[in-house]
Design a protein around this ligand. Structure first.
Ligand code: FAD
Ligand code: FES
Length: 318
């Protein structure tokens, strides 16, 4: 039941950093300008080369020690810069002048994102994309809930915008460990500590979407797991399952819980998995997911990067 894979037009494009600004602890908003980039949709991601673009030089001889062992000196082979590209979700895409602007929100966790945090306006960054399938917009479901945690929040900002354009009514549930790690800006309404939907975050307000914020330590919004206000909202609103669809992205235990809540209530639900990825294009097989199907054994391995990252919650074998 995977949605159709939209790989057409993917390629390597050179981008220029327009903005790279810190928005909260460890999180940056990156805006990239590209003279051209294919159309993309919410749920898709890009692979950023997190080091200076490499000049197209011929292959150099690798130096060898007296014992004949290879001695690497280039930074990407000595762990000082990331050799592989890093997958990051699109948080937005808009036409800008003659080109396109891509928006990405990333958390600095290691070598690649650490390098990105140091990039300045005007710097070049190589982008491979757009990759993965898009989150499907379901025509006969007027009501939508987005449930996100941590770095799963950025693709939901893009999705809220797409759903708004499709005329859907959207409520976004956002979970973070602590207030200092919330990559959203408070809007005109205060964030409800009871976990009630408000037009409280400007990134969702611009899509007319109500939002709930929950934090593990209670420093912002509802004190507890984001799945708690989500489950309570489903109870309180007595939503007709038939008219509601849920999308979720974030830590796997959270997505698994969201999937289980939806399956129990008979609500259609799509989970956008963030597996470790090397190539992002279906070559290295590093991102497999067990997905139910009609094969004799009842399941087969799918690739998170090309068949996903979005899968129907009922199909995922955890
Ligand atoms: C489809 C997809 C979309 C993503 N979208 C975003 C996004 O929008 N914003 C964002 O901040 N991050 C996102 N991520 C996660 C991001 O790719 C990783 O945080 C990043 O690759 C880390 O690179 P690094 O070199 O800084 O860290 P590394 O030095 O490679 O690793 C540092 C630490 O991060 C962990 N790590 C690396 N990759 C992942 C991963 N995929 N999932 C969980 N832990 C990981 C490592 O195990 C290690 O503990 C996404 C991942 C996927 C697969
Ligand atoms: S990341 Fe290489 S096959 Fe998915």
């Amino acid at each position: 039941m995977c949605s159709e894979n939209k790989m057409s037009g993917r390629g390597v494009y050179m981008a220029t950093v327009v903005v790279n600004e810190k928005i909260c602890d460890e999180h940056f908003l990156l805006r990239l300008y590209l003279a051209e980039f294919p159309s993309a949709a919410a749920g898709q991601f890009v692979q950023l080369q997190c080091r200076p673009p490499v000049a197209q030089a011929g292959a150099a001889e690798v130096a060898r020690s007296e014992a004949g062992l290879p001695e690497f000196s280039s930074p990407e082979l000595t762990d000082k810069e990331s050799l592989l590209r890093r997958p990051l979700s699109l948080a937005g895409r808009r036409v800008s002048g003659d080109g396109v602007e891509l928006e990405i929100i990333y958390r600095v966790v290691g070598t690649g994102t650490g390098w990105l945090a140091g990039t300045r306006a005007g710097q070049a960054v190589s982008v491979l994309g757009p990759l993965g399938n898009a989150l499907p917009i379901i025509p006969d479901k007027p009501q939508v809930a987005l449930v996100a945690g941590g770095v799963g929040i950025p693709p939901m900002i893009y999705m809220a915008n797409a759903l708004h354009n499709a005329g859907k009514s959207v409520t976004a549930f956002n979970g973070v460990r602590s207030k200092s790690l919330l990559p959203l800006s408070p809007g005109s309404e205060p964030i409800s500590p009871e976990g009630l939907p408000r037009l409280c975050c400007s990134q969702f307000q611009s899509s007319d979407a109500s939002a709930v914020v929950a934090s593990d330590d209670g420093t912002v919004g509802y004190h507890g797991l984001v799945t708690e206000p989500f489950d309570a909202w489903l109870d309180g609103e007595a939503k007709a399952a038939a008219g509601l669809v849920v999308y979720s992205c974030g830590p796997e235990p959270m997505m698994r819980a969201v999937g289980e809540i939806c399956i129990r209530r008979g609500i259609e639900c799509y989970l956008s998995l963030e597996r470790h990825m090397a190539c992002g294009m279906g070559t290295c097989q590093s991102c497999i997911v067990k997905i139910r199907d009609d094969s004799p054994q009842g399941w087969s391995y799918k690739l998170c990067c090309t068949h996903g990252p979005a899968f129907d919650a009922r199909d995922i074998i955890w």
